[in-house]
Design a protein around this ligand. Structure first.
Ligand SMILES: Cc1cc2nc3c(=O)[nH]c(=O)nc-3n(C[C@H](O)[C@H](O)[C@H](O)COP(=O)(O)OP(=O)(O)OC[C@H]3O[C@@H](n4cnc5c(N)ncnc54)[C@H](O)[C@@H]3O)c2cc1C
Length: 411
């Protein structure tokens, strides 16, 4: 088979790239080793970015997602500091007035990713192959030659978009990006039923417990009385302290006074599973001759929040636009794809930089404790943090230590 664009991976990043290409009238082939619906270990938290980008590609997709029954609308985040003081920060300061427009959702990836795959199937420009793993890639003068292990599936493409996730062999072997434990998080996830004390407006909860910093334990409410519960921790911290994440989570739920009470009648549904989170806390080269890396394959996860779906979608859309430019210029050179990195880092870079600083700052529990103490008493600070979800400039302030010094002296 021959195609102009072949996308490896039909997760959020690859699916978004394919949908954007289709919208531009460009045909593509998408190959995924899984057969959908398939699960993906994740916190299942979708920020406002997800809806924004899908609406930008096609308003219809946004509308269909808004109406989907499998997701839980969420109106904000509860941050809990190491001293266990919590603060509710809505995604919008006056969210009670905009109850028909939630900008955050929680939904199981088995449902969300299948929703996107169903969108791929609606488009005649997209040919989707499921249950096929791309294991061989050979660059020739006239294109990339891809195949599965046995060579029974073969495709030649002018350009490939690599969206095969955190464990991408292409990223390691061809792009030369190696896993660095200081830029990587190890995460585990479980589903529970019957947890008490969930927020009435389904705020997602991030518990920055002292023994997990700069990582955290999360509780994200799902439909049908379920919740996604997990722990993420920097790989070098977990490695240095020889931490078993599963044990840490189960011990915390069983022995921490608050959690013990809230999980008293809760029941674990299914197994506890783990996966890696490649962080965007370091800038990397995301392209080469005839290829671009998307989402987790390009290490684009937010180092503070662990959010990767939104960034996978953004990078997928930008890669599709760059692929379209390459096709019309008939130029698939390494140099031509410089513009991909420029655009990705122009759009996502400021946020990634701020989050990298925040990730470093929360290593200091006293600072976090102080901020929460002040925030719980100070309406202005609360509103400021609420606006932080939309305004990167504001997040920049939060990433600057001087901001806290000023705050302390202006009390
Ligand atoms: C524990 C944990 C919690 C997380 N919580 C959140 C959260 O709450 N919110 C959030 O936004 N992000 C979260 N993330 C990050 C998020 O899961 C990822 O950033 C996101 O899935 C990236 O999407 P992607 O399309 O790049 O890759 P993926 O979703 O991993 O998709 C990759 C696809 O490629 C396919 N594939 C792999 N290899 C091949 C191959 N050789 N050939 C063909 N196909 C292949 C796979 O089957 C898969 O379908 C979390 C991650 C973890 C591990």
């Amino acid at each position: 088979m021959e195609t102009k664009v072949c996308i490896i991976g039909a997760g959020p990043g690859g699916a978004c790239a394919a949908l954007q290409l289709a919208q531009l009238g460009i045909e593509c082939i998408v190959v995924d080793k899984a057969v959908f619906p398939r699960d993906k270990v994740c916190g299942d938290g979708l920020s406002g970015k997800v809806l924004t980008i899908l609406e930008r590609i096609d308003k219809g997709i946004g509308e269909r997602l808004q109406q989907a029954a499998f997701k839980m609308d969420s109106w904000g985040v509860t941050f809990v500091a190491p001293n266990r003081i919590g603060m509710d920060i809505p995604y919008k300061p006056d969210y009670q007035k905009h109850k028909n427009d939630p900008r955050g959702f929680v939904c199981k990836r088995i449902d969300f990713d299948n929703f996107l795959v169903e969108e791929l199937k609606r488009r005649p420009e997209i040919r989707l192959f499921e249950g096929v793993s791309i294991d061989n890639y050979r660059l020739e003068a006239d294109g990339y030659y891809l195949s599965d292990k046995e060579g029974t599936f073969q495709v030649k493409a002018d350009v490939i978009l690599v969206a095969n996730g955190a464990h991408s062999a292409f990223t390691k072997d061809v792009a030369g990006i190696k896993m660095e434990p200081e830029h990587y998080v190890a995460g585990i996830r479980a589903y529970y039923k019957g947890i008490s004390g969930l927020h009435t407006d389904n705020f997602i909860e991030l518990h920055f417990l002292k023994n997990m910093l700069p990582g955290y334990l999360w509780i994200f409410p799902l439909p049908n009385g379920e919740a996604n519960v997990g722990v993420g921790m920097l790989s070098n911290t977990a490695r240095n302290k020889k931490i078993n994440l599963k044990k840490l989570m189960l011990d915390t739920l069983a022995t921490d006074a608050t959690m013990q009470d809230r999980f008293k009648n809760a029941e674990l549904v299914g197994t506890i599973d783990g996966y890696g989170l490649p962080l965007g806390s370091k800038k990397r080269k995301l392209h080469g001759e005839r290829y671009m890396l998307i989402g987790d394959a390009g290490y684009l996860i937010d180092p503070f929040t662990g959010e990767g779906i939104g960034n996978a979608l953004y990078s997928g859309r930008i890669a599709a636009q760059q692929a379209a430019a390459a096709i019309s210029a008939n130029n698939f050179s390494d140099k031509f794809f410089d513009a991909y990195d420029e655009n990705v880092y122009r759009i996502l870079g400021p946020e990634l930089e701020v989050s990298t600083k925040l990730q470093k700052l929360i290593k200091y529990p006293w600072l976090f404790n102080l901020l929460m103490k002040m925030g719980s008493r100070n309406k202005q600070l609360k509103e400021l943090m609420s606006c932080m979800f939309h305004e990167v400039d504001l997040r920049k302030k939060l990433g600057n230590p001087l901001f806290y010094v000023k705050l302390l002296f202006n009390r």
